[in-house]
Design a protein around this ligand. Structure first.
Ligand SMILES: NC(=O)c1ccc[n+]([C@@H]2O[C@H](COP(=O)([O-])OP(=O)(O)OC[C@H]3O[C@@H](n4cnc5c(N)ncnc54)[C@H](OP(=O)(O)O)[C@@H]3O)[C@@H](O)[C@H]2O)c1
Length: 421
């Protein structure tokens, strides 16, 4: 899946990745544009908005690459458009350029929501192609922090005399490719925590029944969100109690599945162990060879990753997944599993589907379990970034505003996972 670039870093990407609740109000965009630079015109803004729309069509298909769209304009008229459609496919600039005659790029303005690449990956460098085609101007929203690019694409273009303007709709572009950006900047996958809860915060009855807390429309939405991630993570209790397949819309198999927990607790007949569908990994704390042998007979369809110690540190699990090319994970619970990620400070976004009902029960599970924080001065502070009614339920989207700065974090892992290659 990966390929070596000039800087010696294993590049699992070459371009592209997914969207969602996007703030596309023209007024907001206009404000951002004016802040970014006074030299952008209304036409610049329109073309870049179109780039973002085109880019979002690659959602769920281009990962671990970013989602990129491209619009080519000559004399104020759009002459070509393109976007990165699938991993390994043509980059947006190439997809747009090949729809027009060779030579017609000369003197054009090219709009693209991410810096054109500068390295030979699965396709030749787009910056070199644009420079050779003698484009006049390139407008891009963001510099690509991928160490194989990181300003080199812009430098190639400027050296060739092309005017390059960077920063138009930067906030919207960063939002669109937030999973890619976190993965590239930190070296670990973007982590989305998802749960379905009642209004009193319960995810299941005291006896562990959770089907179904929310309505079919909320569950369908959650399946669409699942499809935008590279891997789904669940805890051993959820795997054993619900025996899920973790499919995506249309009942299709979705991303890779990861079950965290002791191998000896895997129940017989776990559907995730079937050799059909995407790979399943059991991420287990240390186990004996005998357990491993017994497991291989009962759940041969899954791969096993064994971690030293009594628990699986989320940061180490994420580092392993990142090395397998996973740029985003969808942590679907239950509460014990969610706590490990919260405690480690390894959460980027929370999707909470809230059903207007009360379940009650002091022993009924909540969204985040574990030991919990011990004081109100020590919490995971969040900001709610969106709320959206879905059928009779409500989706709350929240993001951490800063890292926890209390005693608990002393045991927590670093959010920055260094990749070993
Ligand atoms: N409504 C919802 O959105 C929703 C979503 C998911 C689940 N649920 C419900 O929640 C209930 C299960 O939740 P739960 O909190 O009991 O359990 P859970 O989080 O599904 O599983 C907990 C178990 O997973 C393993 N585990 C998790 N993180 C680990 C780590 N970092 N290191 C090592 N082991 C780890 C441990 O298994 P070992 O003991 O084997 O080591 C632990 O006992 C079920 O009733 C399920 O139906 C509801």
């Amino acid at each position: 899946m990966g390929e070596e670039c000039a800087c010696g870093v294993l590049c699992l990407f070459s371009r592209g990745f997914p969207p969602e609740p996007r703030s596309d109000a023209l007024r907001g965009s206009l404000r951002t544009m004016l802040r970014a630079s006074a030299s952008y015109s209304a036409a610049d803004l329109r073309h870049m908005k179109r780039c973002l729309d085109l880019a979002s069509r690659g959602a769920g298909k281009v990962s671990p690459n970013p989602m990129v769209g491209c619009v080519i304009v000559r004399d104020g008229r759009v002459i070509a458009e393109g976007y990165h459609r699938r991993f390994g496919g043509a980059h947006a600039e190439m997809a747009a350029a090949r729809s027009i005659a060779v030579g017609s790029l000369s003197g054009c303005t090219v709009y693209v929501n991410l810096e054109p690449c500068s390295h030979h990956g699965k396709t030749p460098p787009c910056a070199v192609m644009l420079a050779r085609m003698r484009v006049r101007r390139v407008v891009c929203s963001l510099r690509d922090p991928n160490p194989c690019v990181n300003g080199r694409g812009i430098a190639i273009l400027r050296r060739a005399g092309v005017r390059v303007d960077v920063g138009l709709l930067a906030r919207e572009a960063a939002e669109l490719n937030r999973r890619y950006l976190v993965w590239v900047r930190t070296g670990r996958p973007f982590v989305t925590l998802k749960a379905a809860v009642t209004l009193d915060g319960k995810t299941a009855t005291a006896t562990g029944v959770s089907r179904w807390v929310t309505s079919e429309s909320a569950r369908a939405h959650a399946r669409r969100m699942r499809a935008l991630h590279d891997a789904v993570i669940i805890g051993m209790n959820t795997a054993n109690t619900d025996n899920p397949l973790l499919t995506v819309p249309g009942g299709r198999y979705g991303p890779m599945r990861v079950v965290v927990g002791s191998l000896q607790h895997v129940r017989p007949g776990l559907r995730l162990c079937s050799p059909d569908g995407p790979p399943t990994m059991i991420a287990s704390p240390m186990i004996s060879r005998t357990t491993l042998r017994r497991f291989s007979r009962g759940c041969g369809g899954a791969m096993v990753a064994v971690f030293r110690g009594k628990t699986v540190p989320p940061g180490r699990l994420l580092a392993l997944l990142s090395d397998l090319g996973v740029s985003s994970v969808f942590v679907e619970g239950g509460g014990e599993t969610a706590w490990h990620f919260v405690q480690a400070g390894l959460v980027d976004e929370i999707l909470l589907y809230v059903a207007p009902k009360i379940l009650g029960g002091s022993r009924a599970k909540t969204f985040v379990g574990g030991e919990g924080f011990r004081s109100l001065g020590c919490t995971l502070p969040l900001t709610i970034t969106a709320t959206q009614p879905i059928g009779r339920d409500v989706l709350i989207v929240a993001r951490p505003v800063r890292r926890m700065d209390c005693a608990t974090t002393a045991q927590a892992e670093s959010t920055h996972v260094h990749r070993s290659h």
